[in-house]
Design a protein around this ligand. Structure first.
Ligand SMILES: [Zn+2]
Length: 234
C-alpha cells in the first residue's frame, strides 16, 4: 500500500495526480503555516512556496513545532527543512518581507494560496495579489479559541468584509491553531484535486471554548474596490 492509498478514495487517482503536480503558497510560517505545510506535504503536494521573514522565539514553541528543532533558522527555512524530513515535497522559500510590491511576482505559478498570516493589512495585500492573479485564497485567522475561515475564488473576496488592522500577538494555543489549519489544508487539497472547495462564499467561525459553529453566506460588497471593479482572472 502506498503512502497515499487511504486518501485516494477521497480525491480519486486523477485528483491525487493533480495534487502531486501542484504548487501551494503558504504565506506565514507560524502556527498556521507549520500545520498547513505539514498536512499538505503529507498529502503529497508537489511543491510548497514558504514565505516568512521572521525567526522563531520561545513563545512560539507551544504551536510552531518544526521550529523547535532549528530555533536559530529563519522560519521559512526551518519549515522547509522539516518538510524535507517527512515527505518528498519540494520547497521554495522567500525569507523576505512581503507586501503589495512583491506579492504578485512571488506568487506566480502557484495553484492556491493559504493565508497563514497574523494581521489584516498583510491579508488584504495578499487578497489583492491573488485576485489580480486568479489564484484561489484560503483565509484563516485564529484569536485564542476563536477560529475563522473562508475561501475566496473571485467574488466575494477578503476586501469585501475584512477591516484593516495591525499585527496580532494575543493568546494562542496549538490545539486551536491546528484545528483551523486542518480546515484550511482540507480546503486547499479539495481545490488542488479538483474536488471543489466547501467554503467559497461562506464565512465559517467556530468558538472552541463553547462549541458554537457559524457558517454564514458572504455577499460581495458593492463598495469593494477589488472584486466589484475588477473581474480578475477567475
Ligand atoms: Zn471584494
Amino acid at each position: 500500500m502506498g503512502r497515499h492509498s487511504r486518501q485516494i478514495p477521497l480525491f480519486g487517482d486523477e485528483g491525487q495526480t493533480r495534487i502531486a503536480a501542484s504548487k501551494a503558497a503558504i504565506i506565514g510560517c507560524g502556527g498556521l503555516g507549520c500545520n498547513v505545510a505539514t498536512q499538505l506535504a503529507l498529502a503529497g503536494v508537489g511543491t510548497l512556496l514558504l514565505i516568512d521573514y521572521d525567526r522563531p522565539s520561545e513563545s512560539d514553541f507551544n504551536r510552531q513545532f518544526p521550529h523547535i528543532l532549528n530555533p536559530e533558522m529563519m522560519k521559512c527555512d526551518s519549515l522547509a527543512h522539516w518538510v524535507s524530513r517527512i515527505s518528498g515535497t519540494g520547497c521554495e522559500t522567500v525569507p523576505e518581507g512581503f507586501g503589495e510590491d512583491n506579492f504578485e511576482s512571488v506568487l506566480g505559478g502557484c495553484d492556491v494560496a493559504v493565508d497563514c498570516l497574523d494581521n489584516n493589512d498583510a491579508r488584504l495585500a495578499l487578497n489583492r495579489a491573488c485576485h489580480a492573479s486568479g489564484i484561489p485564497l484560503v483565509h484563516g485567522a485564529a484569536d485564542g479559541f476563536l477560529i475563522q475561515t473562508t475561501t475566496c475564488v473571485g467574488r466575494p473576496c477578503l476586501e469585501c468584509f475584512l477591516k484593516p488592522g495591525g499585527a496580532y500577538g494575543g493568546p494562542s494555543v496549538g490545539t486551536a491553531v491546528s484545528a483551523l489549519a486542518g480546515m484550511q489544508a482540507t480546503e486547499a487539497l479539495r481545490l488542488l484535486s479538483g474536488s471543489g472547495a466547501a467554503n467559497v462564499g461562506f464565512f465559517v467561525s467556530i468558538d472552541l471554548s463553547s462549541g458554537s459553529y457559524r457558517r454564514i453566506p458572504l455577499v460581495g460588497s458593492d463598495d469593494c474596490p477589488i472584486c466589484n471593479t475588477h473581474p480578475g482572472l477567475f
